[in-house]
Design a protein around this ligand. Structure first.
Ligand SMILES: [Zn+2]
Ligand SMILES: [Zn+2]
Length: 389
């Protein structure tokens, strides 16, 4: 075989085994999604910034100089040191030398973002959007979703989960003019606030990798702590069972991988007035689990009182308790109930819905020497880790 042919075969093998990039390379994220923004302060903390609109340079800011941007009619006004510049919408703010850009809108103080900003007038207020590379966005969302002290393989698993979610949901807000909001509706996003060298490295090391089922990106559900066994998606929410979201045993030699989680086991005393607030009954007299799913979670509970009774799924009870009493007092639907004094004692396991990847379990597996790929294939049975079609 000629040397040229061998070189060609070698390069084809290298190409086939290198992780492919998701097709979309840039994402846009709406900032201040929860509030109405009348004006904002924008600039760069470490370099100058160019303010561009309609293809022209409108203004420039110096180092550490934040300029105020507000609406004037259908256009925008930029103010700084007594000067005013008017321009059309949208306005692009690009820091020089690839430095981050800072933006704040009362009451939120300036935060630092990678990429550039797009500010436009929408319905009488400002729409502030951060446009940045796909990988830069992942660098910012991974540390918001997982303790930064986790083992590198667990951080890598979370990076692949975040990339898969981002890839699968990239059209979520497209009709509104951006890809994602900055709330937990999409993924909590506060710019570079929480990034660390370890979380950055997890994103870089897993570049291009997503979790696929029959070559399509999966719905990568995850939760904090399963308590020893994850749950079937249909047991929690009803609907069709997804083959890669089956409950799995999450322990080795009778010790849960997530045993180190502060939420592995929990106790709670619920008073009768608290249970009344959850169930909307006047004076609850009994509270029992009537059915359990194969993992052991309560799949149906019944609360009875003189004025009637209610039954609901365990997950509905977990949500109702969160709304009525504050989130994470009842941490999951996996609990035993005992009548006690003026109410009921709950002895429970885990935190969250229990479906998909258990974050603390992933860390326990990583500490035990399991690879990132094996961790993902444990929680999402039958999947591949690669590039989507
Ligand atoms: Zn959203
Ligand atoms: Zn677990």
């Amino acid at each position: 075989m000629s040397r040229r042919l061998l070189t060609l075969i070698a390069s084809l093998i290298a190409f086939a085994s290198s992780p492919a990039q998701p097709r979309q390379t840039r994402v846009s994220v709406r900032l201040f999604s929860r509030q109405r923004v009348a004006n904002c302060r924008v600039g760069s903390l470490h370099s100058s910034c160019e303010f561009r609109a309609g293809g022209k340079l409108v203004a420039r800011s110096g180092q550490s100089e934040l300029r105020e941007v507000s609406r004037s009619g259908t256009g925008l006004t930029i103010r700084s040191a007594g000067k005013e510049y008017h321009c059309s919408s949208p306005l692009y703010i690009c820091p020089s030398h690839g430095e981050p850009v800072a933006v704040g809108a009362r009451p939120i103080p300036p935060r630092v973002y990678l990429g550039r900003l797009r500010i436009s007038v929408r319905g009488g207020e400002l729409l502030v959007v951060n446009e940045l590379e796909f990988g830069q966005y992942l660098r910012c969302v991974v540390p918001a979703e997982v303790p930064r002290s986790f083992h590198p393989a667990a951080l890598q698993a979370q990076a692949i989960v975040a990339r898969t979610w981002t890839y699968r949901n990239r059209s979520r807000h497209r009709t509104e003019g951006y890809d994602f909001c900055d709330l937990t509706h999409c993924q909590a996003y506060k710019g570079t606030t929480a990034t660390t060298p370890e979380t950055d490295q997890a994103v870089v090391r897993t570049q291009g990798l997503v979790i696929t089922w029959h070559s399509k990106a999966i719905s990568p559900l995850y939760h904090s702590t399963c308590g020893g066994h994850t749950a079937d998606n249909n047991q929690v929410w009803g609907g069709s069972p997804l083959p890669y979201l089956r409950g799995v045993l999450d322990s080795v030699r009778a010790c849960a991988y997530c045993a180190a989680s502060p939420h592995a086991r929990w106790q709670l005393h619920l008073t009768k007035p608290e249970l009344a607030a959850v169930s909307h009954l006047r004076v609850p007299l009994s509270f029992i689990v009537t059915e359990r799913d194969p993992s052991g979670r309560a799949s149906r509970v019944r609360i009875a009182a003189r004025d009637g009774q209610v039954t609901m799924t365990g997950y509905q009870f977990y949500l109702a308790a969160g709304h009525a009493l504050g989130w994470n007092r009842v941490k999951s639907a996996w609990f035993r109930i005992e009548a006690s004094g003026d109410g009921f004692d709950l002895n429970g396991k885990g935190l969250g819905h229990g479906v998909g990847l258990c974050q603390w379990g992933a860390n326990g597996m990583a500490v035990a020497g399991v690879s990132c790929r094996e961790i993902l294939q444990h929680y999402y049975q039958g999947v591949e880790i690669g590039s989507p079609q």
